[in-house]
Design a protein around this ligand. Structure first.
Ligand SMILES: [Zn+2]
Length: 60
């Protein structure tokens, strides 16, 4: 089963993000189990890097 974005009218299936696992947040927002949101609802400013990323490129 393909997971889809939970935002009404979206239904995207690429770049899905889970909601926080914090039980208090989940109960207050009444999210259904397995709810996700796709990349389209985030801007670059929304992202916070939590790990260093090293990109390796191949030479000519
Ligand atoms: Zn979406």
């Amino acid at each position: 089963m393909v997971r889809r974005c939970s935002v009404v009218g979206c239904g995207g299936s690429v770049g899905l993000h889970s909601f926080p696992l914090d039980l208090e947040i989940r109960q207050n927002s009444q999210l259904p189990p397995g709810a996700v949101v796709c990349n389209q609802h985030f801007t670059r400013d929304s992202l916070e890097l939590t790990a260093s990323v090293c990109l390796v490129t191949q030479g000519p």
